[in-house]
Design a protein around this ligand. Sequence first.
Ligand code: GLU
Length: 503
Amino acid sequence: MNLNRRVRVRFAPSPTGPLHIGGVRTALYNYLFAKKHQGDFILRIEDTDQNRLVPGAEQYIIDALQWVGIGPNEGVGFGDGEFSSYRQSERKDSYRQYAEKLITNGYAYYAFDTEEELAQLRTANANAKYDYTTRGKLNNALTLSADEVAMKLAKKVPYVIRLNIPANEEITFHDEIRGNVTVNTLEMDDKVLLKSDGMPTYHLANVCDDYVMNISHVIRGEEWLPSAPIHVLLYRYLGWEEVMPKFAHLPLLLKPDGNGKLSKRDGDRLGFPVFPLQWTDPNTNEVSSGYKQNGYLPEALVNMLAFLGWNPGGTKEIYSLEELIGAFTLDRISHGGAKFDAEKAKWFNHEYLKSKSNEELSILVKSLVDEHFGPFSSAYIAAVCALVKDRMFLLNDILNYRYLFQNPASYDEVNLGKIKSIKEGLPFADLNLALQSMAGNNSLEIEKLFQDFAAEKSIKMGDLMKFLRVSLVGELSGPAIPDLIALIGIENAIERIKNCYIQ
Ligand code: GLU
């Protein structure tokens, strides 16, 4: 390969549903590789299988890449390059010439077999493939005379174009992750390249587009490894082997127990999202959760996904996108599957949440707060964040802190029982006075004043705090009482205590 070849990589999903996090990881590795080499990252939509298209899936893919922050610089939804379209259905007419060139050179052939004839082939032998063992008995240009073929074409008898796979040939190609891979053509079948409606299949469209779009590296999931020898043959037969992209097949993303591939159906069933954004199935209206809506930060998702199947060595785990770009190399991608770890995903998110300033975090949780607790000033929300961010794993954890925004709606009998004696022994008026004297103090000063107050009233500081905790929070949990009072303010604290007294 020309060493100076510009790096051009593509993410080429089929819009048959929402993007799964395995797909996001593939896109991310392409993005990191392109940025590392100052190359191009392209989004190509492979929609040649029109029967499997799902409405909204293409837009979902675009939105997801945008939210994750790994937008391509060329392709559908992301700015024009030199091609009129990056959607294969709109490039339909460009592929036939290549299929015909293969026919001319003897590497492909017309096949006129009807559905019934193909079904018969399988009835005779369930494992039968359309290959060197069967093609000689089937209805195609290899068994028909040239005149018969010409006549069928003239009469517009439906046909497909199939790749003429040689028998018993070793195909070897280099994979950047796995090294040399060899497959014997005996294991392959004569793949359809062009369908009867004139649409190319995945194999033809994918290879032609990679060639035409000057793709330098194909970085894709391991499930495409069996397709690679077919693609290598296509490059060879089309005379493009010189510029064939380098291949890198990424390890599978596995379920947390390592038992099989993480599938689109696993997500909510196993208790974590498998989609970057929430997705509503247009046919069933079933809603699947998304990382965004569950309160993950895109940078945490990126960091977590980058480490699922790759690592830069060493013990450092928190890498910004810039650092990932700097460190990323294909040779550090692992060979074996990577087990998804939902707890680790939360840990990454926690680390990123903690590293935000209170102001940054307040902007991120503002809409959640407004929606659930009513409007609050950004300054107040930032003060709440300062108090709780060390305990937040998801942005949505802010919703666990209703009492930092609203008075307790009611008091639980059990908790009231626990503070009964102190409530009866300590008049509200005394506490009210003590609290009023605290106005304008910070939490350290408030704590000191409570110690003095407890000593003066001969009550244990622990009992006093328990009483205040129940009256201010409604339950026996939450941040330190002086911090809480400094946050909600003296007036509101007095109001809450009063409410508790009248229970
Ligand atoms: N359209 C294929 C997919 O859905 C693309 C595979 C490839 O990158 O070659 O993933």
